[in-house]
Design a protein around this ligand. Structure first.
Ligand SMILES: [Zn+2]
Length: 374
């Protein structure tokens, strides 16, 4: 491999090694030995502070690199509290309109990731690739061969840069406020199929945000009033998602935010149907610390007393290799209010309700198998 990678330091297990140090392999070896066992913090509660990976976290959109460095520090503080060794951070999915909020490329958060001694990895594509697919979909008609090639090259460049995966991509993303984008792209759009091929070739997963619609239907009332960006009717999207899954079985597709259902279709039975049909489907659980008023709480793995619902317990027991934890919290500076509801403790609290070998799979073993972390 001759491609220069941004994540050289992270791939050695310890970030923030100055570029100059690359000239001194012995020094690097010593630094790696000294920092690869970065602690998850003495107060860590998950029980997996030595190996736990949260595969889906975000930094708030920041005005400059210094602010991203600050946000990364806040995130690592949160990880220490909850007992998480490493988090994968990524840009949220961007619409084709770059003014529509939260639009940044993964390259903007590389310095922040590299400042945290191997505690943060990055997935890329939410800023660059998602806006390309969205623009192509809105333009109508099939993309040309040249457009598909350009897209493929952009995806390959991200892979070559040493990312952990592709993310965050969106098939159906609802808007929570006027400055927050609504995004709908059929999951079997030719560029999504092409992304699956690039992901398979590079053995990288694709993280997909998909509010499930098993049938077309009205947008839930909350979202109609929360933002004018949401349409009145949401299209069916399950069949397109299943076509993406079956397009290339070597492409690992991670359905993120499972357990946080805002449309009412994401039952344990539905998730079971999907995972049983698709060997390349993985599920990243997300649970708000306190269940929100908008979501369908009956489809949340933990009930209101904090107990794991039996249908989710049996689903996880039957498919322990397919589940991950992806809290999807937005983190800013320590003094700043979070941009979204906190979800890291809520998500990681499921581990204490699982048999310890299963919990270890979700926290440590599955992320290491599915993502490119070292
Ligand atoms: Zn997200």
């Amino acid at each position: 491999m001759t491609t220069r990678k941004y994540f050289t330091t992270d791939r050695m297990g310890c970030g923030a090694i100055p570029a100059l140090a690359l000239l001194f392999p012995v020094a690097i070896a010593l630094m790696v030995a000294g920092c690869s066992k970065s602690s998850g913090g003495a107060t860590a509660s998950s029980g997996f502070s030595d190996c736990g990976v949260d595969i889906h976290q975000h930094l708030n959109t920041a005005p400059n690199t210094a602010a991203y460095l600050d946000y990364a520090k806040t995130l690592v503080g949160l990880m220490d509290q909850v007992g998480i060794q490493k988090s994968i951070i990524m840009p949220p999915p961007s619409s084709s309109d770059s003014s529509a909020g939260a639009h940044y490329a993964y390259t903007e958060i590389i310095p922040a990731a590299n400042s945290q001694s191997g505690r943060l990895a990055i997935s890329g594509g939410g800023g660059i690739l998602n806006s390309m697919i969205h623009a192509s979909y809105l333009a109508g008609g099939a993309p040309t061969a040249a457009e598909l090639n350009t897209f493929e090259q952009a995806a390959q460049a991200i892979a070559d840069n040493g990312v952990a995966g592709f993310g965050e991509m969106a098939v159906l993303h609802l808007s929570y406020r006027p400055s927050h984008p609504f995004i709908y792209i059929p999951a079997d759009h030719p560029m999504y199929l092409r992304l699956a091929d690039v992901a398979a070739r590079n053995n990288l997963p694709v993280d997909i945000h998909l509010e499930l619609m098993s049938a077309a239907g009205p947008t839930p009332d909350y979202f109609r009033s929360a933002s004018p960006n949401n349409p009145a009717i949401l299209e069916e999207n399950q069949s397109g998602f299943e076509r993406l899954l079956s397009h290339n079985r070597a492409a690992k597709i991670v359905w993120v935010h499972v357990g946080w259902d805002n449309t009412g279709y994401m039952t344990a039975q539905k998730v079971r149907d999907m995972v049983s049909r698709h060997s390349n489907l993985y599920l990243a659980l997300k649970m708000l610390d306190s269940p929100g008023p908008i979501q369908f709480n009956e489809n949340r793995p933990l009930d209101n007393s904090g107990a794991l619902r039996s249908e989710w317990a049996s689903l996880i027991a039957d498919y322990p290799d397919r589940f991950l934890l992806g809290a999807d919290e937005f983190v800013g500076s320590q003094s700043e209010n979070a941009a979204g509801a906190p979800s890291t403790s809520g998500t990681w609290s499921i581990l204490s309700r699982l048999p310890s070998d299963t919990a270890r799979k979700l926290a440590c073993e599955n992320p290491a198998k599915i993502y490119r972390l070292n």
